[in-house]
Design a protein around this ligand. Structure first.
Ligand SMILES: Cc1cc2nc3c(=O)[nH]c(=O)nc-3n(C[C@H](O)[C@H](O)[C@H](O)COP(=O)(O)O)c2cc1C
Length: 335
């Protein structure tokens, strides 16, 4: 898949997930085969941009070849200056958010609400493309609701405005996260443009990824929720895209090694950012649960679940590591 001048080898992208896809998680996904990783959405409001959270989200990772910053906003000139700021921070790709289903973000209707105003959408896309000299992409839904599926029109506008790729979450805004993803609606976008289209929504493993590209004709896939606690999904999808067999679920040892690698990365990164150990241990919990939940569910004795309940209450890094060692040792014994 080609995005502007960049070859995105493998065509498997980590979705932006606010509150989840922080820098350490993105690094882990890149090391396990993600072709591109998108940061958490950033408000284009200049005032909001000065906040700690927004500055953190704008931070581009020097270890990432193609830092990709996603911007959310409804004002073309604000979006243009936010894009310039992101490029100054090191962004190599700017993504525009026309997909967020929240009713009001940054005090105005934005995200997927922009899909109801195609002229405004066009103006935002044109302003951002004109403001920066890096590729610009857009992420959208199939439309506002069943009666207004205008993603093909918006994708064509994106192409005409000079954008380099379009990601489509195969649901309308009205569906939010429920109901089936429509691969035929994504196919309609693929037919409307010549720039790459990335299929998104409910891709939870190699079969779903293959079905998404075969049915829609998309150039690649974007994986969100299924990557949580499961970064191996990227190398598994890449393998089948390249015609190799699915390498399958990771072994318990691989799982253990990845959890520790992620934890060390997380602790080091947040310490470098001047954060207390307690902050890093707390914020790692959102990753720990998905990593360990399946093992806990599979243990009929309930012991693993009890250990997990204790692990997610720990406040100190060393104790967390000790408890994780015990957790994995007990799983090895029962396996
Ligand atoms: C916790 C969470 C946060 C999200 N944050 C963003 C975001 O910042 N920007 C965005 O475009 N989409 C966001 N999304 C939507 C995802 O990028 C993706 O489109 C959606 O989850 C469907 O893909 P999936 O089924 O692979 O998860 C978020 C989704 C979740 C679950």
């Amino acid at each position: 898949m080609q995005i502007g001048p960049y070859n995105i080898e493998g065509g498997v992208v980590l979705a932006p997930m606010a509150g989840v896809t922080d820098v350490p998680f993105r690094r882990i996904c890149l090391r396990r085969g993600a072709s591109l990783v998108v940061g958490e959405m950033v408000s284009s409001k200049a005032g909001l941009r000065a906040t700690d959270m927004t500055m953190r989200r704008l931070a581009c990772d020097a270890q990432d070849r193609l830092p990709t910053v996603q911007l959310l906003g409804a004002d073309p000139s604000e979006m243009a200056s936010a894009a310039q700021a992101a490029v100054e921070f090191g962004a190599k790709i700017i993504d525009i958010n026309f997909g967020c289903p929240a009713r009001m973000v940054c005090g105005k209707a934005c995200g997927s609400a922009i899909m109801r105003e195609p002229q405004l959408a066009q103006s935002i896309m044109q302003s951002v493309v004109q403001a920066v000299n890096v590729p610009v992409t857009v992420k959208m839904r199939t439309g506002w609701d069943e009666q207004s599926k205008n993603a093909p029109l918006l994708a064509k506008m994106a192409q005409d405005a000079g954008l380099s790729a379009v990601t489509v979450h195969g649901r309308t805004r009205a569906q939010r996260f429920s109901g089936a993803v429509s691969l035929s609606d994504i196919a309609a976008v693929v037919h409307a443009v010549t720039i790459p289209v990335i299929a998104n929504g409910d891709i939870d493993g190699p079969p779903a990824a293959l079905a998404a590209v075969r049915t829609s004709g998309a150039a690649g896939v974007m994986v969100g929720r299924a990557a949580r606690g499961n970064p191996w999904i990227f190398q598994r999808i890449r393998a089948v895209f390249e015609g190799h067999p699915d390498p399958g679920e990771p072994t318990l040892d691989d799982r253990c090694q990845t959890v520790f690698e992620h934890l060390e990365e997380h602790l080091r990164y947040w310490s470098e950012q001047g954060r207390q150990e307690r902050f890093a241990v707390h914020s790692f919990r959102m990753h720990l649960r998905p990593y360990l939940r399946e093992a806990a569910d599979a243990d009929a004795s309930g012991q693993a679940q009890r250990m997990l309940d204790e692990i997610v209450r720990i406040e100190e890094a060393e104790r967390l590591k000790e408890n994780l060692e015990t957790f994995f040792s007990s799983l090895r014994e029962t396996n």
